[in-house]
Write a protein that binds this ligand. Structure first.
Ligand code: COA
Length: 187
């Protein structure tokens, strides 16, 4: 497996990532323009995991800025954790089903955490989508030392209506639960 840092001009890679997002999460959550913006932002990192089969996974991390009120639905402890000064969110992790369980999710998450530490981030956070997928990211975050600080009933519903994301499992706007995780980063 190789990890590649995706740049905003890497059009074939961005297309592969959209395909994997559609397949693992459901259509409409990501498109090439939004991922191109993420790849070009200095406050974000977009990574692709490749194998002999080509691109089989991706991950995305971003340093938070501005309003954090979305995290209030996970409870006070989650909101306090997300409200720190230098907080990186592990925004997305996805590996195609045929390649899950081989350490790619862990490698992508660790690469995002390494990037966060290089930036001097003090904390990492993540919202683990608690879908009926064969594997979710919650056990992965726990193995990496993240602490579960709250659960929200349907945190993606409003956003999925707005963006037209059809959750792979709900078949329409996503009403899956999600769990909030936080991790203190030592330098
Ligand atoms: C979640 C996902 C990214 C994980 O990627 P992966 O390549 O399958 O995960 P890995 O093989 O790296 O396993 C990660 C760790 O989680 C552990 N783990 C995974 N599922 C587990 C389970 N059900 N119970 C206990 N531990 C589990 C593994 O043992 C491994 O820990 P280790 O490296 O210490 O042994 C991937 O399965 C996926 O894309 N799922 C569907 C989409 C999704 O839910 N994405 C996350 C959105 S927030």
């Amino acid at each position: 497996m190789t990890l590649i840092e995706v740049r905003d001009h890497d059009h074939p890679l961005l297309g592969d990532i959209v395909r994997i997002a559609d397949e693992t999460l459901g259509a409409g959550l990501y498109d090439v323009p939004s991922l191109r913006a993420a790849a070009g932002a200095p406050s974000a990192t977009l990574l692709a995991a490749t194998s002999e089969a080509g691109v089989v996974g991706w991950g995305y991390g971003e340093e938070l800025s501005g309003d954090r009120s979305w995290y209030a639905q996970f409870g006070d402890r989650a909101l306090a954790c997300a409200s720190g000064a230098r907080v990186v969110s592990v925004r997305e992790l996805a590996v195609v089903e045929s390649h899950q369980g081989r350490g790619m999710g862990r490698a992508l998450a660790e690469a995002v955490l390494a990037w966060a530490r290089r930036r001097g981030a003090e904390r990492a956070i993540a919202a683990a989508w608690l879908s009926p997928a064969p594997r979710t990211s919650a056990p992965l975050f726990e193995r990496l030392g993240f602490q579960r600080l709250g659960v929200a009933a349907a945190p993606y519903e409003a956003d999925s209506r707005e963006r037209g994301w059809r959750c792979r499992f709900c078949g329409g706007p996503c009403t899956c639960q999600a769990a909030f995780y936080g991790l203190a980063l030592s330098p």
